[in-house]
Design a protein around this ligand. Structure first.
Ligand SMILES: NC(=O)c1ccc[n+]([C@@H]2O[C@H](COP(=O)([O-])OP(=O)(O)OC[C@H]3O[C@@H](n4cnc5c(N)ncnc54)[C@H](O)[C@@H]3O)[C@@H](O)[C@H]2O)c1
Length: 255
């Protein structure tokens, strides 16, 4: 028996980084995984690889900021698998511009994906969870949403978007607990993924740059470190956990 046997999980931003690590881990723990992303080619390739490795998985294209796109994902999932038990709102983007440098378009784009996308995802699955005895929602925020500062990679809108995810998580946890719906957030620190590579980092350069801020070696996380947090919060092992903030940052936020 896997830790997610019998569960159907939708994961956003599943074509790379933490979302992909989560999809691979969930499938290896017995879940049926619906991988979603805007990156069509990587999405098909990675889903096929999970199926080839013996996992149960399918993929649906999804722009998390688009409400109609969410209805399509839910429709596809319910038709294919008869239900959904877990939603991992993981998709996110970063624009490393401060308050003065960011343009309104930058701001709206980051808030659209990182915050509106999480709200739309919850709005799509919650009625189903309410009618079918509950479910688990895992929202990937950031330590930028708690401590801001350098932890947001220099993105003002990013910090704001992730802070909003933190408080939206608590709002939903409070309102839907009566329906046996759990809503928790994960707050990664520096993790080497496509997002970090896009900001010009290598794994070694992050490790060197943050050696004093992040006390725990190797001073940078791997996607699987976050995936294990997703797994715990998705599984029944966390059945009494809601509105929690799971910080996975090698101790950065204590600095
Ligand atoms: N990497 C870090 O150091 C770090 C730290 C803290 C928080 N986070 C958060 O973790 C989450 C995952 O990030 P990652 O580092 O794995 O990034 P990543 O860039 O490797 O993966 C993000 C995925 O989201 C997808 N995506 C982007 N816009 C989308 C949209 N509109 N709709 C659907 N999918 C979309 C991308 O195609 C990509 O596959 C994000 O929410 C990010 O903000 C990352």
């Amino acid at each position: 028996m896997g830790r997610l046997s019998g569960k159907v999980a939708i994961i956003t931003g599943a074509a790379s980084g933490m979302g992909l690590a989560g999809a691979q881990l969930f499938a290896s723990e017995g879940a049926t995984v619906v991988l979603t992303d805007v990156a069509a080619e990587a999405l098909s390739r990675e889903t096929e690889a999970i199926v080839d490795a013996g996992g149960q998985a399918t993929s649906v294209l999804l722009d998390v900021a688009d409400a109609a796109s969410w209805l399509n994902v839910l429709d596809h999932t319910l038709k294919a698998f008869g239900g959904v038990d877990v939603l991992v709102n993981n998709a996110g983007i970063q624009i490393a511009k401060g308050v003065l440098e960011a343009e309104l378009d930058d701001w709206n784009k980051v808030l659209g994906v990182n915050t509106t996308g999480v709200w739309l995802g919850m709005k799509a699955v919650l009625p189903h969870f309410q009618q079918h005895g509950g479910g688990s929602i895992v929202n990937v925020s950031s330590i930028g949403g708690i401590i801001g500062g350098l932890a947001d990679g220099g993105g003002a809108a990013y910090s704001a978007s992730k802070g909003a995810v933190r408080s939206l998580t608590k709002h939903a946890a409070q309102w839907f607990a009566k329906d046996n719906v759990r809503v928790n957030s994960i707050h990664p620190g520096a993790v080497y993924t496509g997002m970090a590579a896009g900001l010009g980092y290598t794994k070694e350069s992050i490790s060197e740059q943050y050696a004093t801020e992040i006390p725990l070696p190797p001073h940078v996380g791997d996607p699987i470190d976050i995936a294990y947090g997703m797994l715990y919060l998705a599984s029944d092992e966390s059945k009494y956990v809601t509105a929690a903030e799971l910080v996975i940052d090698g101790g950065w936020s204590t600095h």
